[in-house]
Design a protein around this ligand. Structure first.
Ligand code: PAF
Length: 285
């Protein structure tokens, strides 16, 4: 069956009801468009695990804390839809902001603790915007499974907790980060990097790898991990580090010792573009 693009919640619900009546299972891949191979791997996983895949494409104004960032976020609906078609997506849901937020909302979803550090400390309101729109999408679609990338580890941990805390009947599926050959994690924002800055971007992944190598060598001191990553980042002076943290993967709280798997996370600015990435590090047993 060919892909359908729908713009309204009513239309989407009507089409989903038809699929449900035919006994289909549904996988939801929430996106903000500008789709790349990272999204592709989410969609392929959803296709392999469900009868029907729905991809939402919505640049959610509520999660941008700077209007300029919202305005320049890449938008490419036509090519996104073509890409979705190649993977066998059943429905692309591409609502307008007025469709998603027809009136001033009195309700929002806020997840504490997990969202307080890392990106949450630098992007006030961002995670409430994400949690609220994801909750709305889950209510609208009511999928069996919903797919998120490990690249946005804090977002993923937040959604996993939100679903648990509020008993949302959906399985959250975490999909590994997809990287370019030079290690750079795929992100819609990468296309905003100038060529010289794109050439410098792999330093973030190299820094993460250096920290992971410290943990893998048996060192349990988090400061040693961070120092190894910082030394790599320092070799690229035009990279401005926003945070470099080692955290518990579920709570996103800083840890002092690597006596369990930990996530090392970096946010860095390169030529006005903010890059985030992370890796899991496991202590040597
Ligand atoms: O990860 C994203 O692209 C967005 O935060 C999401 C989950 C689609 C919510 O707008």
């Amino acid at each position: 069956m060919s892909l359908e693009v729908v713009y309204t919640i009513e239309d989407l619900r009507f089409r989903i009801a038809r699929k449900r009546a035919a006994g289909a299972t549904i996988g939801l891949v929430p996106t903000m468009g500008a789709l790349h191979s990272g999204h592709l791997s989410l969609m392929e996983r959803a296709r392999d695990e469900n009868d029907s895949v729905i991809v939402s494409i919505f640049v959610n104004p509520a999660q941008f804390n700077q209007e300029e960032d919202y305005n320049r976020y890449p938008r490419s609906l036509e090519t996104d839809v073509e890409l979705c078609e190649t993977v066998g997506v059943a429905i692309v849901f591409a609502p307008s902001a007025a469709e998603m937020y027809p009136e001033e909302a009195y309700t929002s979803v806020e997840v504490s603790t997990i969202t307080e550090g890392l990106c949450g400390a630098f992007r006030p309101g961002h995670f409430t915007g994400v949690a609220t729109v994801v909750m709305k999408l889950l209510q609208i679609v009511q999928p069996d499974r919903v797919y998120f990338g490990e690249k946005d580890a804090q977002q993923l941990a937040m959604i996993e907790r939100l679903v648990r805390d509020l008993n949302v009947p959906v399985k959250v599926v975490a999909v590994p980060t997809v990287r370019d050959e030079d290690g750079v994690a795929l992100s819609s924002r990468n296309q905003l990097l100038s060529k010289p800055d794109r050439a410098k971007a792999p330093v973030v992944y190299r820094a993460l790898r250096a920290a992971v190598a410290v943990a893998a060598s048996g060192v349990t001191d988090v400061e040693a991990m961070k120092a190894a990553a910082a030394a790599v980042l320092a070799r690229e002076p035009s990279v401005r580090v926003e945070y470099l943290e080692v955290v518990d993967p579920a709570t996103m709280q800083p840890v002092e010792k690597v006596d369990q798997p930990v996530r090392i996370a970096i946010a860095a600015w390169l030529g006005g573009i903010r890059l985030i990435d992370n890796l899991l590090a496991t202590p040597r047993r």
